[in-house]
Design a protein around this ligand. Structure first.
Ligand SMILES: Cc1ncc(C[n+]2csc(CCOP(=O)(O)OP(=O)(O)O)c2C)c(N)n1
Ligand SMILES: [Mg+2]
Length: 495
C-alpha cells in the first residue's frame, strides 16, 4: 500500500502505525489468553509437542492398533495404505527383515497389521482438553464458568435461540447425509459435531459483515439466513453454487482448500478502503492451515491491517491426516509469527465461541487488523459421505468427543436452570421434522438444469474460449437429437 492509499484508509489508525513494529498495538489490546503478536514467546515448540506425543501414545495406541489390525486383515486396500504410510524412521532398522521375509508367509500376514498400526496416526486424544489456554464458558457438563477476558450474558431467549440453531442445523445435516445415501446427492460434507463452532461464530457476525466459507459451513449459512435447501444444489450437481452471495453476504462454498482466505483478505482490504466498519470472516480448517494460500492471506491481512477474522475450525482431521501432521505448535500460535493475535476457543462451547468471535470482530472493526480464532472441535462424522473414518481413527477417540457434544451441554444448562420447558423441546422436535420434510421435498422437486446452462455466469462480458466450448458442446448435444430422430423414425417403420 502506498502512502497515499494509507492516508485514505481510515483503518490505518495511528494505533496501528505505532504498532507496525510488529503489531504490538493489536497484541496489547488482545486478551491475555490470546497469543501476543510478535513477542516471539519462544513458542516453546518442541516441549509441548513432545509432551503431547508422549501422552498420546499410551492413550491412543491400543485401540488404533486393534482397529488397524482388523482393517488390514479385511482389506487389501488397507494393506496398501499401510505400506505406503509406514514411517520411514521406524522401518529401516528392525522392520527391514519383515520385507525380506515375505517368502516365509507367516510374517507377511502380520506385517501389514503392524505397519498399519505404526502408520495409524497417534490419535489426537491427548490434546482432547485443548490445553490450559482454551477459552471456555460452558463446560461439557453444562456448567457455566467465568473467563477473565471473555464473557457473554445471553438472555434465556438468546440461549434457547442458540440451542434451536444448533438442533435444526444438525437435523438438516443428518437429512442431507441420508439423501446422499438415497442417491439424491452426489456428496455431502457433514458438520456433525461442529454446530457450536459454526452457530457461535455465525451469530456473532453482523448483517453487514461478509463471510467466506469452506464447503462445510452449513451452520454459518443458517445463521446468515441462507435457505438450507439452497446448499444442496451444488452437491446434487444442478448448479455451481446455488445462492446469491450478496443476498446474505455469504460467499459461495469453496472446495479449493484455503483459497477463500485470500478472497476474504482482498475483500477486507476493499472494505477498509471503503471506510466501512464491517468485518470479514474467513473460515478454514486445520488442514487448510498448511496451505500456501493461507500463509499469504495472513501476510497480506497483517501488513495491510485488513479487518478480517480468520476462523479456523480445528476439527482434528484433514480427511485422514491428524492435526499434529499440520503443525508442531498449536494452530493459533501461528498468528504471532505474522504479527496479529490468535486465540484458541473451545469449539464445542457455543457461548465461548460467541464471545471470542464477537471480540475478534470488534478487533477487526475498530481498525486493529486481523485476528486468528482457532475453534478446537471435532468432526464427529466422516470427512464426506465418500469417506470411511474407521480406517484411520479409533472408536474411543470418537466416544471421548461425544462426551463433549455441543448440543447436549447447552441442553443440560437450559434444563438445569429451568430456562426451557418440555413444551419448548417438543415444539423444536416438530420444527425439526418439518425442516427435514421441507428439505426432502425440495430435493425431489429440484429441476435439472439445461445442459447449456453450464456456460452461464462464467465471464460477465463473454470470452472467446468459452464461446468455442459452448459451440462444440451444442453440436455434441445436437448429435443426440439426430440420433433420437433416427431412432424414432426406425421405430415408426416397425423395426
Ligand atoms: C488445494 C486443494 N488441495 C487438496 C484438496 C483435497 N481436499 C479436500 S478436503 C481436504 C482436507 C481439508 O481439511 P481441513 O482443512 O482440516 O478441513 P475439514 O475438511 O476438516 O473441514 C483436502 C486435502 C482440495 N480440495 N484442494
Ligand atoms: Mg479439519
Amino acid at each position: 500500500m502506498t502512502e497515499s492509499t494509507a492516508a485514505r484508509d481510515p483503518r490505518r489508525s495511528s494505533k496501528r502505525t505505532s504498532g507496525s513494529d510488529g503489531g504490538s498495538a493489536s497484541a496489547a489490546s488482545a486478551s491475555a489468553s490470546a497469543t501476543a503478536a510478535p513477542t516471539a514467546p519462544a513458542h516453546a515448540p518442541a516441549a509441548p509437542a513432545k509432551k503431547a506425543a508422549a501422552k498420546k501414545t499410551p492413550a491412543g495406541k491400543a485401540p488404533a492398533k486393534k482397529a488397524a489390525a482388523k482393517k488390514a486383515a479385511k482389506s487389501a486396500a488397507a494393506k496398501k495404505t499401510a505400506a505406503k504410510k509406514a514411517p520411514a524412521k521406524k522401518a529401516p532398522g528392525k522392520k527391514a527383515p519383515a520385507k525380506k521375509a515375505p517368502g516365509k508367509k507367516a510374517p507377511a500376514k502380520k506385517a501389514p497389521a503392524r505397519k498399519a498400526a505404526q502408520s495409524a496416526p497417534a490419535a489426537p486424544t491427548a490434546a482432547l482438553a485443548g490445553g490450559s489456554e482454551l477459552v471456555q464458558l460452558l463446560t461439557p457438563e453444562g456448567e457455566r464458568v467465568a473467563h477473565p477476558d471473555y464473557a457473554v450474558d445471553p438472555s434465556p431467549e438468546e440461549l434457547r435461540g442458540l440451542y434451536r440453531d444448533m438442533v435444526l442445523t444438525r437435523r438438516f445435516d443428518a437429512e442431507a447425509v441420508t439423501l446422499q445415501r438415497q442417491g439424491e446427492l452426489g456428496l455431502w460434507p457433514s458438520l456433525l459435531g461442529q454446530e457450536a463452532a459454526q452457530v457461535g461464530s455465525g451469530r456473532a457476525t453482523r448483517a453487514d459483515d461478509y463471510v467466506f466459507p469452506t464447503y462445510r459451513e452449513h451452520g454459518v449459512a443458517w445463521c446468515r439466513g441462507v435457505d438450507p435447501t439452497l446448499l444442496l444444489g451444488m452437491f446434487r450437481g444442478v448448479n455451481n453454487g446455488g445462492w446469491d452471495p450478496n443476498s446474505n453476504n455469504f460467499h459461495l462454498y469453496t472446495i479449493v482448500i484455503g483459497s477463500q482466505t485470500l478472497h476474504a483478505t482482498g475483500y477486507a482490504m476493499g472494505v477498509a478502503k471503503d471506510g466501512a466498519d464491517s468485518a470479514v470472516v474467513a473460515y478454514f480448517g486445520d488442514g487448510a492451515s498448511s496451505q500456501g494460500d493461507v500463509a499469504e492471506a495472513f501476510t497480506f491481512a497483517s501488513v495491510y491491517n485488513a479487518p478480517v477474522v480468520f476462523f479456523c475450525q480445528n476439527n482434528q482431521w484433514a480427511i485422514s491426516e491428524p492435526t499434529e501432521r499440520q503443525s508442531r505448535v498449536p494452530l493459533y500460535h501461528r498468528a504471532a509469527g505474522y504479527g496479529f493475535p490468535g486465540v484458541r476457543v473451545d469449539g464445542n462451547d457455543v457461548l465461548a465461541v460467541l464471545a471470542v468471535t464477537r471480540k475478534a470482530l470488534e478487533h477487526a472493526r475498530s481498525g486493529q487488523g486481523p485476528m486468528l480464532v482457532e475453534a478446537y472441535t471435532y468432526r464427529m462424522g466422516a470427512h464426506t459421505t465418500s469417506d470411511d473414518p474407521t480406517r484411520y481413527r479409533s472408536d474411543d477417540e470418537r466416544a471421548a468427543w461425544e462426551a463433549k457434544d455441543p448440543i447436549l451441554r447447552l441442553r443440560t444448562l437450559l434444563e438445569r436452570e429451568g430456562l426451557a420447558d418440555a413444551a419448548f423441546f417438543a415444539a423444536l422436535d416438530e420444527e425439526s421434522d418439518a425442516l427435514a420434510k421441507r428439505v426432502r421435498e425440495a430435493i425431489r422437486t429440484m429441476e435439472n438444469p439445461e445442459p447449456m446452462a453450464i456456460f452461464e455466469n462464467i465471464y460477465a462480458d463473454g470470452h472467446a474460449v468459452v464461446d468455442e466450448e459452448r459451440a462444440r458442446y451444442a453440436a455434441y448435444q445436437a448429435s443426440f437429437a439426430d440420433h433420437d430422430a433416427d431412432h424414432a423414425g426406425a421405430a415408426g417403420k416397425g423395426h
